[in-house]
Ligand binder design. Structure first.
Ligand SMILES: Nc1ncnc2c1ncn2[C@@H]1O[C@H](COP(=O)(O)OP(=O)(O)OP(=O)(O)O)[C@@H](O)[C@H]1O
Ligand SMILES: [Mg+2]
Length: 365
């Protein structure tokens, strides 16, 4: 039988509504509301301790919320124990049985559920095939690489045919090269199964490369939900702007009115604002390093969005050069493509930072 058809169940939505959870007086999840679409590959992304694992365990049924509820496929499952939730969780440690073969590890959860012998054998074969480990069914975990162990953990979880797959930092035990390979495999597998999947990570590159949408979390609060591109281009606040990629932040205040407005930065530096620019009160100016260019101090290359600066650092990155330049007392990063034969700016040189008008982001929180 076709391996995919054999393990595919119709995709379901996951909804988290008004969830609060405290450990003692530590309020860990604060008014969390999320709607995850059927078949979506969704990430919880945020720094260590922000509540990602706590939220994942809540969906799996290992934690209870103080308020709010969790719905799978539109059905409130808050009162159900983990084994009745149709949810499969892959733990960071993989938790494989060292004394059992790969095949026995995958079979274990099925036997626990009372699945018959022939069906267990069939599903084990299908699940191992799916992760490309059919030929290693007789090995023990200690005889596998980290990436192969990770695939056994995934095979074991999908073999029980969960409706939702939960992955808690599943790549963190792997070296950098392996992480890139395994994350592609995971994405590919998720696409073939069409399984609603939630992936926890604190690594923005991981979330960006494999997930459809991301919920950025900080201190138990969902800061923003969106596609990787939306979060990068239109961050809702300074935390999101900083967490996804490098963000330059310039403090200043608006002076003047109408078409005569300027953004005044310390040191007497003034940036003219377009008449239609919408700038919230108290906003800071945010821009990405690649949305700025460096030109000679004498060349104020038109457009007006030019700031005098002094080169403070220079890093050669191969395809590009990253400059750290001081605008007043604030240091900002500017990425320029590296073109062979072109002169680079030296540390200490005076130059001009020119900003792309369409790439300016104004954030007040
Ligand atoms: N069983 C527990 N009892 C008490 N406090 C806990 C428990 N589990 C987690 N916490 C606390 O809840 C907060 C969130 O923890 P959680 O494990 O959800 O973070 P995380 O975002 O997964 O972090 P990491 O990226 O480090 O895994 C932390 O302050 C943590 O110390
Ligand atoms: Mg965690």
């Amino acid at each position: 039988m076709n391996a995919i058809a054999a393990l595919t169940t119709p995709a379901v939505s996951v909804d988290i509504e008004g969830v609060n959870l405290s450990y003692g007086d530590n309020h860990v999840l604060k008014n969390v509301d999320l709607s995850i679409q059927p078949g979506e590959f969704f990430a919880f992304l945020g720094p260590s301790g922000c509540g990602k694992t706590t939220l994942l365990r809540l969906i799996a049924g290992f934690n209870q919320a103080d308020t709010g509820r969790v719905l799978i496929g539109g059905k409130d499952i808050s009162g159900l124990p983990p084994w009745k939730r149709d949810v499969g969780m892959v733990f960071q440690s993989y938790a494989l049985w060292p004394h059992m073969t790969v095949a026995r590890n995958v079979a274990f959860g099925l036997e626990e559920r009372g699945v018959g012998r022939a069906e267990v054998d069939r599903r084990v074969a299908v699940a191992l095939d799916l992760v490309g480990l059919g030929h290693l069914a007789g090995r023990r975990p200690s005889q596998l690489s980290g990436g192969q162990q990770q695939r056994v953990a995934v095979a074991r979880t999908v073999a029980v045919e969960p409706k939702v797959l939960l992955l808690d930092e599943p790549l963190s035990n792997l070296d950098a090269k392996m992480r890139v390979q395994v994350r592609r495999e995971l994405r590919d597998l998720q696409q073939r199964l069409g399984l609603t999947t939630i992936f926890v990570t604190h690594d923005q590159e991981e979330a960006n490369t494999i997930c459809d949408r991301i919920a950025v979390m900080n201190d138990g609060v969902v800061q923003q939900v969106g596609t990787p591109m939306e979060l990068y281009e239109r961050p809702a606040n300074l935390f999101v702007a900083n967490f996804l990629g490098t963000a330059n932040i310039l403090d200043g205040r608006i002076v003047g009115t109408g078409g005569e407005r300027h953004f005044a930065i310390e040191g007497g530096i003034r940036l003219p604002l377009a008449a239609d620019a919408v700038v919230p009160a108290g906003a800071k100016l945010v821009f990405r390093p690649q949305h700025a260019a460096l030109t000679d101090a004498t060349e104020n290359a038109g457009g007006g969005l030019a700031l005098p600066c002094v080169v403070a650092h220079r890093e050669f990155l191969g395809a590009s050069v990253r400059y750290g330049v001081r605008v007043g007392t604030t240091e900002v990063a500017v990425d320029t493509p590296f073109l062979s034969g072109h002169d680079l700016y030296e540390v200490g040189a005076e130059a001009t930072v020119t900003l792309s008008p369409h790439a300016l982001i104004w954030l007040s929180v």
